[in-house]
Design a binder for this molecule. Sequence first.
Ligand SMILES: *[C@@H]1O[C@H](CO)[C@@H](O)[C@H](O)[C@H]1NC(C)=O
Length: 376
Amino acid sequence: MLLACGIAEQNVNVTPACPCLRGWLDGWWVFIYEKGYQSTDTAISSVFTKMKGVGYTNIKGSERVWDVADYVFPPQGDSSFVVMTNYIITEGQKMGKCPELDGKHNCSSNADCEGGSFKRTGHGQMTGVCLNTTKTCEVLAWCPIEDDVMIPDPPMLMSAENYTLFIKNSVTFPTFGVSRSNLVENIDNSYINKCLYDPTHAPLCPIFRLGDIVKLSGFKFETIARVGGAIGIVVDWTCNLDVDIKHCKPKYTFHGLYGNAAETDQARASVGYNFRYAKHYMEDKEQKRTLLKVFGIRFDIIVQSLARKFDIIPTLTAIGSGVGIFGVATVVCDLVLLYLLPKREFYKNMKFKYTDSHVQDPDSEACSTETEVCKK
Ligand SMILES: *[C@@H]1O[C@H](CO)[C@@H](O)[C@H](O)[C@H]1NC(C)=O
C-alpha cells in the first residue's frame, strides 16, 4: 500500500501527504512517543513540612522575637500552611460596649443606631446609642475594636525572607509496588544540613529559602509579604520505571496561585491573603483576648505523579490499533486514487479488471438459441 501511494505521488504530483504515510506515522507516534507499550499509574503521596528561622520586631523600643510556633499556622506540618509575614495586633480585648470604628456606622442621633441589630460588616451588636464623641454607634463587642485600616509598611516580619522550608515527600505507585522519597540517593544527613535549593546547582535539595520560592514564582517578596499571597509548590514525579529506579527523581516548580505577578495591586478587587487569629486568656477573673490579623504567604504543596512501565497488554493494544489505522489508510487511499485524482481513470483500470458479463451466464435462455454469442 505504501509503495502504491509513493508511486501515486511521483506520477501525479500530488502535494498533500499521502494518507498511507500518515497512518503509518500515527501508528508509530502512538507506539513510541505516546509510549503505547507502557502502562501508567499515579501515586499515593504524603507531604510533611517544617519551617526554620526566627523573626525580630522592635515596635517603639519593645523588642520581640517570633519563632516557628508564633508564625506558622497550623503548626502540624501540613502540606498547606501559612507563614505570617505581617500583622495587626490588638491587645487586651474584652467583652464590653464601645464605639464602632469611624466609617463603619456613622450617626447623628440615637435614631440612626437601631438597638439589637447588626451590621454585616460591623464588629458587634448595636446598643441604640449614638456616641457624641466619635459620631458612631455604640456596639456590644470585643473592645477596643480592632483598627485594621493601615497595613504596616514595610512588613513587620521582613526577616521571613530568610526562613527556610523543609519538605519531606514520599510517593507510592501501588500498581508497580514502587515507593520513592524526595530524599533520594546522595541526599544524606550531611548534605541536608548545609544545602539550599537552587534550580540549577541544587535541584534536589529539599530545603527552600522563602525569598527564593517567592522569586521563582515571579512575585516580589516585599509586596507579597505586606498583604499576603498564595504560592503553590509543585513536586513533579514523572518516572519511567523501565530504567533504573534512581532516575525517578522529584522536580520542583513554583507558581503564584492567584493574582498575576505583572498586575499592579490596585487592579485587583481582593488583594492578598489574611485571616484573624485570637489567643484567649483570663485576667482579674475576666476573659480577655489578643487579636492578630495575620497577613501571610500561604503555601500549598501539590504532588503530581505519573509512572510508566512496560506492559504486554497495552503493547498489543497499540499494535492492534496501529494495524487498524493501516486498514483505514487503505480505504482512504483508495478513495483518493479512484475518485479524486485527475488520473483516476488510469487507477481504476489498474485496480479493476472488467469482464464481459454475457460470457459468464451459461444457463441463460439466450445461450441455447444464439450459440454464437455464448461461445464468444
Ligand atoms: C537575609 O540574610 C542575608 C544574609 O545573611 C542578610 O544580608 C539579609 O539582610 C537578610 N534579610 C532580612 C530581610 O533580614
